[in-house]
Structure formats: C-alpha cells, structure tokens
Design a protein around this ligand. Structure first.
Ligand code: FE2
Ligand code: FE2
Length: 241
C-alpha cells in the first residue's frame, strides 16, 4: 500500500510525501517558492511516482512544468529518478548537484547541469542556497542544502527515520539512531560525524529529511545528540578494536 500527500511549511516549502507501507518508509520531494515567485525542486522522487507527485502538487497549486531548477543531493533513484519527466515538461530546466553527480546527470539525461561548490552560496531561481557537501553520507557525492532565508536544512538522507512522515512527540535522536542501525545505510559513522560538525555551524530552525518527519522544535538537541552518538560509537570502535 502506498499513500501520499502534500504538506506546506512556513508558507514556502511544499513537501510531497509518498509512504510505502511495506518498507515502513516515506519518500519526500520538496518544492520551494522563492522570493521571486519561482519554484525550485529538491529531490525528484522516483520515476514511477512522478504522475502521482505531479497530480498531488497540482492540487496544492504547483504546476511541475513551471519548475526551472532541480537540485539533486546525490545520484540515487529517489533523489533524481524522475529527472527525465521534469525535462520533458521543461526543456530549459537546469539540474544542480555535486560535481561528480552533475557529470553523471549530464551524460545520462542530456540535461543542462551546474556543479555546486561546497559551502559556497549560490542563487538558484531567486533563492539563496548553501550546498554543504556530506561526503560518503551515504554516497560519495552526497550533499545537503541550507536555505538561510527560511533557516531550513534539506538534509536528504541525513536524519532519516522510518515510519510515517507526521511529526510525533518524543526525542527524534533515538528514532534516527534506530533507523541507522536497522538499515545499515551508512558506510561510516566517521563521515556522518564530519557532516554533522559542518551542519552544526548553521542557524537552523527546520530540518527537512527526505525520509521521515520534519524536525522543528529540537533541531540543536537533535544535531548534538547525533554527534554524541557518533563519538560514542567511535569510542566503542577504538576500545573494541
Ligand atoms: Fe540516498
Ligand atoms: Fe534516500
């Protein structure tokens, strides 16, 4: 069973989520209304889900054909799979990604691409964004996106949680740690730690992970709690090793 819906945050962030019961996992795609009235997309979702996403967004007032920019946080089906369908609707579309990922996208999809630079702000479709490279979390070309105007971090697979996308009471850290340990999707806690230390410097009020609920009220505690987990895990490795 699949269920899907669009939620709107801070008036400018539209999140389409497709929840797959069998996996107990949700997949989110984010559409940002910029100050110039443009719409940009972060994470395309999978190709098979494109028609559902398109109609969900249309009901929420967003026509996917008007999207000029797509940001791909890493080269994986849920992050970029539907890119050909975006291009079919808009030939002028530009895809933004880590340099390694942008070469792959240009080669495979014949799409215009622009490589992002680590922690160098860039204006895309009227919105200032800061790409933060998160090497090997969990792909070598991974990055997350910080939007200063909204104090929002689009964290891709960092802070992922199993279960529905609705916010729930309680400490997100335990659920995030359980998701890391159950899925084995992280190649290295050391790289996660490095990414979290980079992320921590930014003034963040919202975290929008691709999988699982948004984090709003306890952002700093969640980042610190995960850093603590990484440090404990590394200590354990040292002691055991
Ligand atoms: Fe991924
Ligand atoms: Fe993912």
């Amino acid at each position: 069973m699949k269920s899907s819906k669009v939620d709107v945050f801070a008036d400018h962030v539209y999140r389409n989520n497709i929840f797959i019961e069998k996996l107990d996992l949700g997949f989110s795609q984010f559409f940002l209304k910029s100050p110039t009235g443009d719409t940009l997309c972060i994470e395309t979702g999978m190709r098979g889900d494109f028609p559902l996403m398109k109609s969900n967004l249309l009901s929420a007032g967003i026509d996917v054909a008007t999207v000029n920019s797509v940001i791909v946080p890493h080269f994986e089906a849920d992050e970029m799979g539907a890119l050909p369908d975006f291009i079919t609707l808009n030939k002028n579309l530009v895809a933004y990604a880590h340099p390694i990922c942008s070469h792959a996208l240009a080669d495979i999809f014949s799409v215009k691409t622009k490589p992002l630079k680590d922690e160098v702000p860039i204006t895309i479709s009227g919105e200032v964004l800061v790409p933060i490279f998160a090497k090997h979390v969990h792909q070598w070309d991974a990055l997350v996106i910080y939007v200063p105007r909204l104090k929002a971090l689009f964290s891709s697979d960092v802070f992922m949680r199993y279960g529905p996308v609705e916010e729930r009471p309680g400490d997100p850290v335990q659920e995030i740690v359980a998701s890391i340990e159950n899925s084995g999707y992280l190649p290295s806690i050391e790289y996660l730690h490095a990414a979290l230390e980079k992320i921590k410097k930014y003034d963040i009020e919202w975290i929008f992970p691709m999988h699982g609920p948004a984090i709003h009220n306890n952002v700093a505690a969640t980042i610190d709690g995960l850093i603590e987990y990484c440090l404990k895990d590394r200590h354990k490795e040292t002691v055991e090793g």
